[in-house]
Design a protein around this ligand. Structure first.
Ligand code: NAG
Ligand code: NAG
Ligand code: NAG
Ligand code: NAG
Ligand code: NAG
Length: 929
């Protein structure tokens, strides 16, 4: 009976080689950058396979999982249609309380499609169909319930990799034993499938349907260079696509379709569609795991040649989303052309298990609705993994004895099933409370010293007895706040037992360690203490002298090495700054020491302040030239009252210790006659603002120079955030505070002063410091300042660099008035080309642009937790530089290739294209991507 079930193929196109060639050519030449490199990054694991092989259908290389997992057994399948090699064998795992995992390497924050497939194959008499669970890291992915032994069950998850690897785990069988057929990892490109929620949610694919498909076979690689599986609408699985409206017809075209929007669906999928010739299109399908919140995409491309007097306009009727059912879709208009993809999407839609959807034509339209494809994915909340600090320690413990079976459990120590030798708390962020006895393991042989467990602050019980541990007992064990029981008996530990373990506050068994020394309770011997403390004092003094001498040597050395720009580290100010006389004696521009200028020296240097070169956040800036010929920028602090003498001197001390090649160095200062003046290195090429916005006599900045300036500035900020102690928040990051030296290297200016200034201001005013257009809205709202406020401002800087536009401008952005809203809505529509500075068009690669656009948009997220750290921003910029220096794919001039990233006409009440959520009254609103 069962044999009659048709073995369901994950179809590959029945291609003639000509057709394949032409597809590949199209892909290579126009659509997707570098298909070959993509494929190299594919990970295709055939679970249960006996060898590595290349699938002749696709040219994809499959590896056996033999070297990847040590568990389970291979089961041969007598499949009725066993011609797909991946499904000739499966791997079965024991039905026990453990979990069995595959670890896949990823690039953190890159997006991937992860796919696991399951074909059970044959059911012997007495077998029960398996039912078990599939996890991605600690997140429940799916329950695999086999109901049909000859069907391939496909589970796909779209993720942004949370770290440098992911675990795919099987566990918790309720019937039968867990098994798996294939495991695939497919990197996605650019911003494909980015969502607003990707920090906390994975996307579990619920439906991806190709309408008007030529056969029942699904379309995947090589038609889809990202190897998504596009199910055919002819595939009649249970409850799949029913309720089709009468008059629905299938159409197709051999013409190329421009699919370059955001998700890059395969051309082949877009070349077919269904049309409602009687005025409507409708379908019903089941969505596994729903009701839930979903990300939904519709793909439309006009593939009929419409006459000038013909139109195709329609509205969505179902699902019912008030406000949006009235919006009219006109594909040609929305996509700005026929044979061009229009890809509206809902960012967050609440859908039921049964999804009914329908489109109806408007009365004035001559043609009925058309649909090429849809995709629907469920948001799956990412469950946090066990705190990484435990993982590190556990790795160390395991490394003590690699031979033992218990060290071989994979995946997360606690979720979904905990490792046998650990006990976990059941909080949302699980912690290991107990590492239990390993004494029951025979021949157990933990050898070597006790690994570093000092991070395990919630560890309550530790059993390490009956092993062969050597070395001393670390004294921090006595200070672990939760540790109540410690068993180390029957080992070969040596040295003195730390007294903190002997205070009686914990159960402590250290028998059978012959080399352990138990110190006699120290009888308080006054003389001894006195003796030792005198001794200690002498030693202390000697040490002090020694270090002073060393310091002197060091200083001598550093002043010899002065002007070396390489050293980024903090340096000690050796001379007290409030004792001016000693400072005066110092040699000019001793590193780390701010030189003290008198007012008259500065008057002379600036020729009586004759040449103003700018206005900083704190006051006017003048050009000057000091005695040794060095050019300087002299900054007068306008509001002297906010800086008392003492504070000012402290700040100068702080500032002069901050040295980084991307920060404008402070050379000296003056504090005299109620004047407070700072003297900085002069930056010949002025501000970044002038270079971007003042088209006058400035040199034009090409994209690569902009990237390199961005990288410099980002490094300067990162140093302020992480390299300084205390760390410094700039608070006024903007293009006019990014200065360019004679070699066009960027340095950040005006940092550091803000700290003090603001502390003084807090009781006077609650106004946030910063510049309109760059100001972090969250800081503005609640006055809480973090490094992420600088990240926000820097995001605005990046948008300026991309677009060449000012942060705020009514002319440029209309009612949105600021660059953030304007750019965000366009970028979310996948329309990055339309925000590019016109002077860059033709000389920018779309990929590097995307990389920057993406990180810029993340940086200006309204909530600071969603914003990246400066370090991540730097990485993105460096990525973009790498891409840009490569040699492919320039974004062409818009007149030459208007369809590349068409800026779409936005209908006023555009149906799927409306952004964001402020209209919500209980119902869920679509947003655009
Ligand atoms: C896009 O994909 C190509 C290979 O197809 C790869 O070389 C490139 O780095 C990818 N771009 C990004 C931004 O990931
Ligand atoms: C989607 O919208 C719902 C309702 O407004 C909200 O509760 C949820 O957090 C949103 N995001 C996701 C990923 O579900
Ligand atoms: C459009 O015009 C053509 C002639 O140019 C005519 O044959 C056709 O019927 C017209 N179609 C409609 C819908 O009016
Ligand atoms: C000590 O541990 C060894 C294994 O390392 C075990 O064979 C022996 O029985 C243990 N001795 C005691 C007294 O528990
Ligand atoms: C639409 O396409 C035409 C050429 O087909 C082009 O001239 C026009 O600028 C485009 N409009 C938009 C808004 O992109």
């Amino acid at each position: 009976m069962l044999n009659k079930h048709k073995f369901k193929r994950i179809g590959f196109p029945s291609f003639s080689s000509m057709r394949l060639l032409s597809h590949l050519l199209v892909l290579f030449l126009q659509l997707v950058p570098c298909v070959v490199c993509q494929v190299k990054e594919f990970v295709s694991i055939d679970c249960g396979a006996t060898s590595t092989y290349t699938d002749p259908r696709t040219g994809l290389a499959w590896v056996s999982d033999t070297g990847i997992t040590r568990h389970g057994k291979v089961v041969e399948i007598e499949s009725p249609n066993g011609d797909i090699q991946q499904y000739r064998r499966r791997r079965d795992f024991p039905a026990d309380t453990k979990k069995y995992c595959y670890t896949l390497n990823t690039h953190e924050r890159r997006r991937y499609l992860v796919r696991a497939t399951f074909l059970y194959g044959n059911l012997e008499n007495g077998d029960t169909y398996p039912k078990f669970q599939l996890y991605l890291d600690a997140t429940m992915w799916s329950t695999i319930t086999v109901l049909d032994a000859s069907r391939v069950y496909v589970k796909e998850m779209i993720i942004r990799a949370p770290s440098s690897s992911i675990d795919v785990c099987l566990c918790c069988a309720s019937t039968g034993s867990p098994f798996i057929s294939t495991l695939e990892l497919r990197p996605l490109n650019l911003s494909m499938y980015a969502t607003d929620y990707e920090d906390s949610f994975f996307l579990k694919v619920a439906a991806r349907v190709n309408f008007g498909a030529p056969s029942k076979d699904a379309i995947r690689y090589p038609d889809d260079p990202y190897d998504r599986i596009w199910d055919s609408d002819l595939d009649k699985r249970q409850n799949y696509l029913v309720g089709v409206a009468p008059g629905t017809e299938r159409i197709s075209t051999p013409k190329n379709i421009d699919i370059r929007t955001r998700e890059y669906p395969p051309v082949k999928v877009m070349q077919t569609a269904v049309v409602g010739t009687k005025g409507s299109l409708s379908y019903r399908l089941n969505l596994e795991g729903f009701p839930a919140n979903a990300r939904a995409y519709a793909y439309f491309a006009e593939i009929e040649d419409l006459d000038r007097n013909e139109t195709r306009k329609f509205k969505m009727q179902q699902p019912h989303v008030p406000d949006y059912n009235n919006a009219v879709v006109n594909i040609v208009e929305n996509a700005n052309g026929s044979f061009t993809l229009y890809e509206p999407s809902y960012m967050n839609m609440s859908l039921d298990f049964v999804l009914s959807f329908s489109f109806v034509k408007t009365p004035d339209s001559t043609h009925g609705p058309l649909l090429n494809a849809i995709e629907i994915s469920k948001y799956v909340h990412i469950i946090p993994k066990t705190d990484n600090q435990y993982a590190t320690v556990l790795d160390a413990l395991r490394s003590l004895s690699l031979e033992l079976d218990w060290t071989r459990e994979e995946g997360d120590p606690c979720i979904p099933a905990h490792w046998e030798w650990v006990t976990c708390s059941s909080n949302t962020a699980p912690k290991i409370t107990k590492m239990t006895s390993i004494r029951w393991l025979d021949g157990n042989s933990l050898t070597g010293p006790i690994p570093d467990l000092s991070n395990l602050i919630s560890l309550t019980i530790l059993h390490l007895e009956n092993n062969r541990l050597t070395g001393p007992i670390p004294s921090y064990l006595g200070n672990l706040p939760s540790l109540r029981e410690l068993y180390i008996q029957n080992n070969s530990l040596s040295g003195e037992i730390p007294p903190t373990l002997l205070t009686g506050k914990m159960v402590f068994n250290y028998d059978w360690n012959p080399d352990l020394i138990l110190r006699k309770q120290h009888k308080q011997n006054f003389k001894l203490i006195l003796g030792t403390s005198v001794g200690a004092f002498v030693i202390f003094v000697v040490l002090l002298l020694g270090s002073l001498l060393q310091l002197r040597n060091l200083r001598r050395k550093t002043s010899q090495e002065k002007n070396s720009e390489k050293r980024d580290s903090l340096r000690i100010i050796a001379k007290p700054l409030n004792a001016y006389s000693t400072v005066r004696g110092g040699s000019l521009m001793d590193e780390g020491v701010a030189y003290y200028f008198t007012l008259s020296e500065l008057e002379e240097a600036t020729e009586k302040y004759s040449k103003q070169i700018g206005k900083g956040s704190f006051g006017p800036v003048y050009y000057g030239k000091i005695k040794d010929g060095k050019e300087v920028a002299v900054k007068i602090l306008a509001d002297a009252s906010i800086h008392g003498t003492h504070q000012f001197v402290n700040e100068v001390a702080l500032l002069s210790r901050i040295h980084h090649r991307n920060l404008v160095p402070l050379i000296g200062y003056c504090e005299q006659a109620n004047q407070r003046i700072l003297v900085y290195e002069y930056m010949h090429n002025g501000t970044l603002w002038d270079h971007i916005h003042d088209s006058g006599n400035q040199k034009h900045l090409d994209w690569l120079s902009r990237l390199s300036i961005a990288e410099d500035a980002a490094k300067g900020l990162e140093y302020l955030h992480t390299g300084c102690n205390p760390s410094i928040i700039h608070r006024d990051v903007k293009t006019s505070n990014i200065l360019l030296n004679i070699n066009m290297k960027a340095k950040v200016s005006d940092f550091g002063l803000s700290r003090q200034a603001d502390e003084d201001l807090t009781h006077v005013s609650s106004a946030a410091r910063g510049t309109v257009g760059y100001l972090d809205p969250e800081y503005y709202a609640n006055q809480q300042l973090t490094e992420k406020s600088d990240v926000y401002s820097f995001g605005v800087v990046l948008l300026e660099l991309i677009s060449g536009r000012k942060p705020i401008s009514i002319e440029d952005y209309g009612s949105e008035w600021n660059i953030v809203h304007w750019a965000r809505s366009l970028i979310r529509k996948g329309n990055v080309a339309s925000i590019v500075d016109p002077s860059l068009v033709g000389n920018v690669k779309i990929e590097s642009l995307w990389r920057i656009a993406e990180v810029a948009i993340l940086s200006v997220e309204p909530h600071r937790v969603s914003r990246p750290k400066m370090q991540e921003v730097i990485l993105a910029i460096q990525d973009a530089i790498k891409i840009e220096k490569g040699s492919r794919g320039y974004l062409e001039n818009s007149s030459g290739s208007s369809t590349m990233q068409p800026s779409r006409k936005t209908l006023l009440s555009n149906f799927l294209d409306i952004e964001s959520s402020d209209l919500s009254k209980g119902y869920v609103l679509p947003t655009a991507r």
